[in-house]
Design a protein around this ligand. Structure first.
Ligand code: SAM
Length: 237
């Protein structure tokens, strides 16, 4: 039946995603640099500056992989801390910053934990590593100030489920969506799957309307490098 076919297709997709990221976990960061000529760093910087993180923030970075976005958020908060700008912490709430890095693949998270130690964030209780599926997460409703998913949403099976999960938590959400150009040093099947997943991902306007349909307001997007990559954002008000 077509249902049977769909089922197989979805299991296959989940398996391929697993295989792709397991085989690349150790070299993932180097690969990112090579493939985007280092540009992913600028894109992530832009994402974090739009997010405008603050001391005491509770943030969920889904498909967080090796922690690249989470480290930047923490770096940014530490910079603000040093600059003495007022924030929730100083206003007496005294809440601890918590950045949750959530990924479906434990190998990516392990590489991330290692990197955290190398960066001096190993003992920092602000980073929390969580294995989980973007389509069905275990955090409480309204427990986060922010949510990001960077270069991750095209890998999921049901975009709508991910967006409705995102809407459960946060005041604002951001995602970086690459439109083209991901190469993976994996087997041909995995590679073809990734190329296909980028080609099939909805265009910017359509994705923006899906974010709005999930309940977010003030949905906007910014194209980078002429739309090769876009940052979508929305607010839960
Ligand atoms: N956000 C990181 C970055 O920008 O460097 C990693 C991006 S990497 C291209 C995609 C990540 O999404 C992988 O680490 C993969 O394991 C994860 N992933 C794929 N499907 C997922 C799902 N359903 N739930 C959570 N993470 C998922």
């Amino acid at each position: 039946t077509s249902f049977g076919f769909k089922q197989v297709h979805e299991e296959e997709k989940a398996r391929l995603v697993g295989d792709v990221f397991t085989s690349v976990a150790a070299n993932y960061d180097t690969m990112n640099d090579l493939m985007s000529a280092g540009l992913h760093r600028l894109w992530k910087e832009r994402l974090v500056s739009m997010l405008n993180p603050f001391l005491g923030m509770k943030h969920l970075d889904v498909a967080g992989g090796t922690g690249d976005v989470a480290f930047r958020i923490l770096d940014n908060i530490n910079k603000v801390k040093q600059s003495g700008i007022r924030n929730r912490f100083q206003d007496g709430l005294e809440e601890e910053t918590q950045i949750y890095v959530c990924d479906i693949n434990p190998n990516m998270l392990n590489v991330g934990k290692q990197r955290a130690t190398e960066k001096g964030y190993g003992e920092d209780g602000s980073l929390v590593w969580v294995e989980g599926n973007a389509e069905s997460l275990s955090f409480q409703n309204d427990s986060m100030d922010g949510y990001t998913i960077a270069f991750g949403i095209r890998n999921v099976t049901h975009i709508e489920k991910v967006l409705s999960e995102a809407h459960r938590y946060d005041l604002y959400s951001f995602s970086v969506i690459p439109r083209v150009g991901e190469l993976v040093a994996g087997d041909r099947e995995s590679y073809q799957y990734l190329v296909e997943s980028i080609r099939r991902f909805p265009p910017q306007e359509k994705f923006a309307s899906m974010i709005a349909d999930a309940g977010f307001q003030k949905v906007e997007y910014e194209n980078l490098v002429g739309g090769v990559v876009a940052i979508h954002s929305g607010l839960k008000i």
